[in-house]
Design a binder for this molecule. Sequence first.
Ligand code: DC
Length: 242
Amino acid sequence: MTLLPLVVALDGPASSGKSSVGAAAAQAVGFRFCDTGLLYRAITWLVLLRGIDPADPVGLVALVGEVELAADEFGRLARVLVDGQDVTDLVHAPEVDRRVSEVARVGELRAALLQRQRAIASGGRIVVAGRDIGTVVLPHAGLKVFLDASAEERGRRRAEERDLDPDGPEARAVLAELQRRDDLDRNRPVAPLRPAPDAIHIVTDGNTFEQTVAAVVAAIHRAGDIPARVATAPAADDGGRA
Ligand code: DC
């Protein structure tokens, strides 16, 4: 029996760990990795930079050709270029966090990015992280994982990454912002954030990073019959943002 090369769709809400966990899990099993959120972030960054109306489909689609995913030092598509310049750190600015869901809700933009994401996944042996990968981009993915954690846990992790007092007003603002973005992503009319009916749910409250990576790796092994191998699996160089 010939198995088709496995494609892993990894979806979940903001700060659920998709990017860092997905990158590490992909590394551990020798798969490629792609963080699709970077595409939406880079477009949003350009919108803000140029004062483009985030609700204007024509203006947004015109930006798509300027944005390109790029490999990190491990070959994972965890960096993003705009006109050839690496803007990965810039696209994680709080202002982009605040505005990205407005841009990502525009159906014409999503349609324009669809083929690109599918082309990256063709050939398989890849983990693709996003919001609608299992439902829209790659509905035939051999494994679908929905990575989740309570909003409080995700907010706490995000506050910790930013060295904020967990009980302070800034940490509360981080949590509120996360919940606002989740709401927008879950309730948009096109390709909302939602688990595919056939997705495995991994809830990461109380897990260490390594435990969550191990859970995803185990799911990949079960789905794809990939020989286990010992590997150090560094997270993508994203400052743990996921
Ligand atoms: O994964 P992230 O936080 O970097 O994603 C940023 C935003 O991009 C997220 O709030 C919604 C959008 N996004 C999306 O709509 N579809 C994807 N496949 C990936 C991200």
